[in-house]
Design a protein around this ligand. Sequence first.
Ligand SMILES: *[C@@H]1O[C@H](CO)[C@@H](O)[C@H](O)[C@H]1NC(C)=O
Ligand SMILES: *[C@@H]1O[C@H](CO)[C@@H](O)[C@H](O)[C@H]1NC(C)=O
Ligand SMILES: *[C@@H]1O[C@H](CO)[C@@H](O)[C@H](O)[C@H]1NC(C)=O
Ligand SMILES: *[C@@H]1O[C@H](CO)[C@@H](O)[C@H](O)[C@H]1NC(C)=O
Length: 520
Amino acid sequence: MGEKKKKNKMKCMLMAIMVLQMLFSHVSSLHRTQFPSTFLFGAATSSYQIEGGYLEGNKSLSNWDVFTHMPGKILDGSNGDVADDHYHLYTEDVELLDYLGVNSYRFSISWARILPRGRFGEINLEGIAFYSNIIDALLLKGIQPFVTLNHFDFPYELEHRYGAWLSSEIQKDFAYFAEVCFNAFGDRVKFWTTFNEPNLLIKFSYMIGVFPPCRCSKPFGNCTSGDSAVEPYVVAHNVILSHATAVDVYRRKYQAKQGGSIGIVIATKWYEPLRNITEDYAAAQRALSFEAAWFLDPIINGDYPAEMRDIVGSNLPEFTPAEQRLLESKLDFIGINQYSSTYVRDCKYSSCQLDFYEGNALVFATDERDGVPIGKPTALSGIFVVPYGIEKVVMYMKQRYNNTPMYITENGYSQKGDSSTSMEEMVNDIERVEFIHDYLSYLSNAIRQGADVRGYFIWSLLDNFEWAFGYTIKFGLYYVDFDSQRRAPKLSAEWYKKFLNGSNLPKVKEDDAKLVCSSS
Ligand SMILES: *[C@@H]1O[C@H](CO)[C@@H](O)[C@H](O)[C@H]1NC(C)=O
Ligand SMILES: *[C@@H]1O[C@H](CO)[C@@H](O)[C@H](O)[C@H]1NC(C)=O
Ligand SMILES: *[C@@H]1O[C@H](CO)[C@@H](O)[C@H](O)[C@H]1NC(C)=O
Ligand SMILES: *[C@@H]1O[C@H](CO)[C@@H](O)[C@H](O)[C@H]1NC(C)=O
């Protein structure tokens, strides 16, 4: 696109927003003041999905570097070797955040960049310097770093040496990594999370076996080894104890002098009962237990939910007295990744064909009720636009965990787009604007009802490497041309900027924006 055409496009987007503001200022509107003044508004990314530089700066290979280089694993045959080249372009990316006017940025640290050989080798000072520079650049702009210690990627050596998360050895490695990070960055980082959505990752990696290390058993998936009925619970146990060990280190040695807080991020769908019968209400509660309480109950209340013990039986590990003492370190806040909702039907008191992903909760998940989908579809199958779900999930957490502080650590909308999709099409992301507007409205309902929600991060700052979908699915507020590595704000970026700057923003309708843009 030429410079002039680009300017016109930008003018069109800004005009679209202005005209829509005038047209709809009388209908449901959203305003920054509906959220607490100290609220963190941000955007999120993760190391493997944006950094690239996979062989630079003395970084070692991560599990995802190894996995993406195996044939047939990623939909478009791509990998994160370069991704958004954030490794070289981070200063520009901090400018993008500053342009949006966010006051926080959620990103993750590549473990293999900091400790190429885990606890079996040296600390890589080049890796420390890279994140230190990012943190300093953010703080110069008044943007709070909100740091994830582990977002799926870790040094491959740990997988090779002892089977990574399947072994309790990993607890020592994770605690060491966490401490290296607290020590190097904790003077400036006030928000830490240990893990990003381990509940979802574990099912992909050890139940259906489509993420590394690709372990599962039949009929759950097609893997060369694994045990889908056992390993997910063993791995979760090690993740929970790794979290607890890291929090314990933070509490004992760093928190008092550094003054930060630490939590964990769990991905949570909302489960809506399919039928208005007690069995389906119980099924929805059970599904939530197997999704979120699986991790949060042990961390906050000291043990797995009773209904998990009831169904999983002896395959669910027990916490020893020493482990229970460790769990007393708990957390300071819950991070919630919320995108979608699904209907569930009971399979405990009536028989169903159990789904391999949700079936362990003895529920049948379905996207439709009487032939009507639960929400508008998105580019990701199984992910629907259901704005009320975010309010329901937050109210569930508020009630179950005694209003522990919460951050929405991810929420966002995906577009389908590969190299054949035009930039024009991608930047005119009116559906994303509508999505963010509506989810924020329902989130503000929860806050009005007393939910202690303290922040909201859009996934994602940039179009990036979307795991098994490669570059075919786009979540960015910024469009990225992966050949030139140029970034361009989408309509949603301009909208978010206006919202953060205090504009009263109406609900946007697709046709209205088209009208404005085609006439300019
Ligand atoms: C990488 O690490 C090795 C030691 O493991 C060191 O000798 C070398 O100087 C490092 N390279 C760079 C570019 O820092
Ligand atoms: C399972 O995986 C093997 C080896 O990768 C492959 O040959 C076979 O076709 C797969 N089976 C199914 C049902 O996908
Ligand atoms: C559910 O059923 C009860 C009676 O069993 C009824 O009072 C209630 O209105 C129903 N709710 C919905 C949403 O249909
Ligand atoms: C919005 O942006 C303008 C221009 O940068 C600035 O002067 C104003 O203070 C901002 N308003 C709010 C509420 O942030």
